[in-house]
Structure formats: structure tokens, C-alpha cells
Design a protein around this ligand. Sequence first.
Ligand SMILES: Nc1ncnc2c1ncn2[C@@H]1O[C@H](COP(=O)(O)OP(=O)(O)OP(=O)(O)O)[C@@H](O)[C@H]1O
Length: 237
Amino acid sequence: MIEIKNLTKKFNKFTALNDVNLSFENGHSIALIGPNGCGKTTMIKCILGLNVVEDGDILVDEKSVKEDYKYRENIGYMPQIGRYPENMTIKETIKMIKDTRKNSGDNLDTELLEAFELENIYDKKMRTLSGGTTQKVSAVLAFLFNPKVIILDEPTAGLDPLATEILKNKIIKEKNKGKLIIITSHLLSELDDIITEIVFMNEGKVVVHQSVEDLKKETNTEKISDGIISILKAMKK
Ligand SMILES: Nc1ncnc2c1ncn2[C@@H]1O[C@H](COP(=O)(O)OP(=O)(O)OP(=O)(O)O)[C@@H](O)[C@H]1O
């Protein structure tokens, strides 16, 4: 479970997050949506400890992210753009990341590695990979250590339709096991089958946090994308 309490994040004078309060339960998958620059990645980075939390707090399983870094072992992260050592092969990269984790041996989840058939191109160097293949490596790493929380920043950007389907099915499977999934995406049409809640942000603030069921009921729509468009139109009135 993740609780965000009165989180404000400033970069010099610019306020990227403005008094954000949110709570996410295990077994849910949450879509973080909103226009470019509204603060989605900033919030994710605060949860991951990649941005320092100064004003407000974030609790992961009731412990503040300010206390110690151990909680991070329970979070898998797929960044928007994964950066890896250019001259390492896929195999070496995965091994290097495995080696950074103690006790990672027994409980590895290699399902995506197999589904994406990455072992067939294990000896390719990271710098030679297409954008989509690099994304596949990032997705494999996000799920590899069986984390309780999985955070995916624009996960399907650059993936082909088959890889997108594989990743979507994996997300649904892990959510159904009781994991907490947080996804940012601009591709609303892709979220329909996987999401249980939406958080809509604008200019560093949470505008809507609602279950998909309620969103569809209240806006009288069948699809998440139509529900969001309906909210946006109502906001402009
Ligand atoms: N390290 C930083 N230093 C200064 N400004 C930053 C920094 N990180 C983010 N920002 C600013 O904070 C704002 C929010 O950025 P963020 O990356 O969180 O947006 P986003 O909602 O993820 O956007 P997108 O949909 O384009 O990915 C932007 O105006 C960005 O320029």
C-alpha cells in the first residue's frame, strides 16, 4: 500500500507537485494520466526515492520513504526511457542487475523474458537494440524480482502490438495476485482492460481519483477514454 500525504515538490521556484494526497491499495492497478508536464513522472520518482521528498511524505507499507531505502527492493520500475551500459549485452545487463540484489536467486520471474523471446538475442549489445527491444528489457527487469509494487512509466510506448498484448496480460496477472500496479500512459484506449482506478492530474494537482467503475457510471460511458474526455469537457465549462 502507498499513501502520499501533502506532497509538494518544487524545482527551484517551479512547483511540480502541489499538495498531493493519494492512497493506493494492493490488488489495484492505477492509471496516472494528465497532460505533458503535469507531474506524473515527478510523483513516480518521489515514490521511488529518485526525487527527494522534502515537503509532505510518502508511506510504502506504512513506512516513510524518508526512513530508509529498503522499501525500494519491493518496487519494480520500468522507466519511460531505460538507460543501460551501451557495450553490455542483454545477458550481461540482466546478470549485472541480478548481481546487485542479494538473495535474488530463487524467486525470479522470467515469464516476460521468455514471452518476449529475449534469450534468442541475448548476445546483442544494448546500444544496438531498437527502442522497442530496449523497452522489453526494461519490462523484464521491472517484473524480474517479483516485487509487490510495479511502476510502469509509459510502458507500451514503442512496443509492437504483440509485445503490448503480452505486457498487458502480465500486468493483469500480477494485479490479480494482489500486487499494486501504477501506470502512466497517454494511450487511454490501451488502459481499458487493465485499470481499476484512475488518477487524473493537472498542473501538479490531483483533479480526479476515482475507480473505473464509478468513472464509467458517472459519465455514462463504456470506455476509460470516453470517461476522461467527459471529465475534461465538464472542467472547461
Ligand atoms: N529535475 C527537474 N528539474 C527541474 N524541473 C523538473 C525536473 N523534473 C521535472 N521537472 C519539471 O516538472 C514538471 C513535471 O514534469 P514530469 O516529468 O513530472 O511531467 P509528466 O506529467 O511526467 O509529463 P509527460 O507526460 O510529458 O511525461 C515539468 O514542467 C518538468 O519540466
